[in-house]
Design a binder for this molecule. Structure first.
Ligand SMILES: Cc1cc2nc3c(=O)[nH]c(=O)nc-3n(C[C@H](O)[C@H](O)[C@H](O)COP(=O)(O)OP(=O)(O)OC[C@H]3O[C@@H](n4cnc5c(N)ncnc54)[C@H](O)[C@@H]3O)c2cc1C
Ligand SMILES: NC(=O)C1=CN([C@@H]2O[C@H](COP(=O)(O)OP(=O)(O)OC[C@H]3O[C@@H](n4cnc5c(N)ncnc54)[C@H](OP(=O)(O)O)[C@@H]3O)[C@@H](O)[C@H]2O)C=CC1
Ligand SMILES: Nc1ccccc1C(=O)C[C@H](N)C(=O)O
Length: 459
């Protein structure tokens, strides 16, 4: 796809802190608009040899993410290296499998490699006139009054100060830009850690790079209080993640030796163990990540600082929406520039946070909701029946009933609207399901009468 040409050239010099997923995409959007963009990133250049990758290897990319990538002409390119996952495959403790499609035929979320995506966005940003990338530059503080960044060169440990005119904080869940805003008057901030951590493990490729589990699916081992998931990689391996309590009888604290780990995995994930030859080594070599929700407000400081992505709204990963939400921030910001012109900073920043805050708050709730769904409800045959019935209602009333999962994943309906509609639909399902024991019951006249009655009452 051709790269869009800048439509609103200005001479404004902008600063982006953090060249992760959102920062690199944002830089590209800003440069396409004709701005000069200075990007500072704490880590080294991920495109150089010897770069140490972060923890999470692959991510689920869905419609909001694709839309944002499409806006800078990179969606097709990334689609080539994404693996479509059309549904969930649940593994029970005996290794029996159950399938649940995510949407209708042709709909899928995509497993993409985080490093690849980040490197590709950086390549494009660097190739764009006006973008300058500075790696190995850690923000240690910001003087909001004098508009100065405090940076540490991570190679020399030298501290230096750089002026900024307008600063975009895309420095992730533990943002230094946000820390500076936290010390301003009437800045609300909360962070909530889960009692769960996560550990990334590998399901190995089979001979000749074959996938040893169904390739086009997101695999889930739901175990009530905890779960393991696996997303496919292009090389035939899967990136598995164990979401597990920190403390308690079944917890990270309880697994202290390789023998503990082997015994536990043999008992609860028996079909996965033969596919994880490096299980015990990885379990002790890989870090245990923590999981948190960050909420804060305002996201802007005057008309010169704006937070986006995880810096503004870090969420737990269970819906696979954190990056997608951050990418959607870029789509929305770009639309506001189109609407108001490139120099209406105050209006744009104010509208941006007014639009995005309620939606990202809703997404934070949805992410916690999906944690319970993934670790527990997907193992319940009644839940799976409910999903099938919901698909039937949706097919019978096209456009009037869109399942919550589809609204979040396969649409750009604002998250808050999707969540509100999903809660209304959940209440209807709770009234219908006691009358339905099997899929065929849906076509019974008395059930159809109830469905018609519920649908009529909605309007
Ligand atoms: C286990 C896990 C699985 C996930 N799975 C998914 C998924 O499937 N789908 C999805 O949409 N989302 C997923 N997410 C969420 C996703 O990773 C984040 O939402 C996304 O990375 C946010 O992008 P960002 O650019 O805002 O932050 P980041 O990607 O964290 O980028 C921030 C950048 O800022 C840099 N930085 C940090 N501090 C400083 C500083 N002081 N100075 C300079 N630079 C700094 C960092 O080095 C980094 O490069 C997952 C998260 C986790 C933890
Ligand atoms: N919402 C959530 O639950 C989570 C979201 N994420 C998001 O995904 C992104 C990529 O993740 P990943 O590849 O794992 O990144 P990293 O593991 O590379 O983490 C990035 C940096 O964040 C800091 N950090 C990590 N955990 C904590 C913590 N508990 N308290 C304070 N600082 C911490 C560390 O900085 P230092 O080296 O200075 O200690 C670390 O180097 C993150 O940057 C974040 O935006 C990541 C984890 C959880
Ligand atoms: N990427 C993830 C990372 C961690 C936990 C879940 C996901 C998901 O994508 C879940 C998927 N959306 C699901 O509902 O089955």
């Amino acid at each position: 796809m051709a790269t869009p040409t800048p439509s609103h050239p200005t001479t404004e010099r902008l600063t982006v802190m953090g060249a992760g997923l959102v920062g690199s995409l944002l830089s590209l959007y800003l440069a396409h608009r004709g701005h000069a963009v200075e990007v500072f990133e704490r880590r080294g250049d991920p495109r150089r040899a010897g770069f140490q990758e972060g923890r999470s290897i692959n991510l689920a990319l869905s419609d909001r993410g694709w839309k944002a990538l499409g806006g800078v002409g990179v969606a097709n390119d990334i689609r080539q290296v994404g693996i479509p996952m059309s549904g969930r495959v649940m593994h029970d403790v005996h290794g029996n499998l159950t399938r649940q499609p995510y949407g209708h035929d042709g709909q899928a979320i995509y497993s993409v490699n985080r490093g690849h995506l980040n490197r590709r966005l950086l390549d494009l940003a660097e190739a764009q006139t006006g973008v300058t990338l500075h790696f190995g530059q850690q923000c240690t503080g910001i003087d909001l009054k004098t508009k100065e960044l405090h940076l540490r060169d991570t190679a020399t440990q030298q501290e230096h100060h750089e002026p900024y005119t307008r600063l975009f904080g895309t420095d992730g869940a533990f943002s230094a830009v946000r820390s500076a805003l936290q010390r301003t008057d009437r800045f609300d901030y909360s962070q909530d850690f889960l009692d769960y951590g996560y550990k990334e493990l590998t399901i190995a490729a089979g001979p000749g790079g074959a996938w040893q589990l169904e390739k086009n699916a997101l695999h889930i081992w739901p175990r009530g209080q905890y779960l393991m998931i696996a997303l496919p990689n292009l090389d035939g391996s899967f990136n598995a993640t164990l979401f597990f309590p920190f403390e308690g009888p079944e917890s990270f604290a309880a697994l202290q030796t390789p023998a503990d780990v082997t015994a536990f995995f043999d008992r609860v994930f028996p079909d996965a163990v033969p596919l994880m030859p490096a299980l015990t080594e990885e379990f002790f070599a890989h870090p245990t990540g923590s999981l948190l929700t960050v909420k804060c407000f305002p996201w802007k400081h005057g008309d010169d600082v704006l937070l986006l992505g995880d810096a503004a709204h870090a969420i737990v990963p269970f819906y696979g929406q954190g990056m997608n939400a951050g990418f959607e921030d870029c789509t929305v910001l770009n639309a506001l520039f189109d609407q108001h012109g490139d120099s209406a900073w105050d209006v744009i920043f104010a509208e941006f946070q007014a639009q995005r805050k309620p939606n990202n708050d809703a997404m934070a709730d949805l992410a916690l909701y999906n944690f319970v769904e993934m670790r527990d409800r997907v193992a319940d045959p009644k839940f799976l029946l409910q999903k099938k019935i919901e698909a039937k209602i949706s097919a019978q009333f096209p456009g009037q009933w869109v399942p919550l999962y589809s609204q979040v994943t396969f649409s750009d309906t604002p998250y808050a609207e999707a969540w509100a509609a999903g809660q209304r639909q959940d209440a209807i399902m709770a009234r219908l399901m006691p009358h339905i024991q099997a899929e065929a019951d849906y076509d019974q006249p008395e059930v159809q009468a109830l469905v018609q009655q519920e649908m009529a009452a909605r309007h």
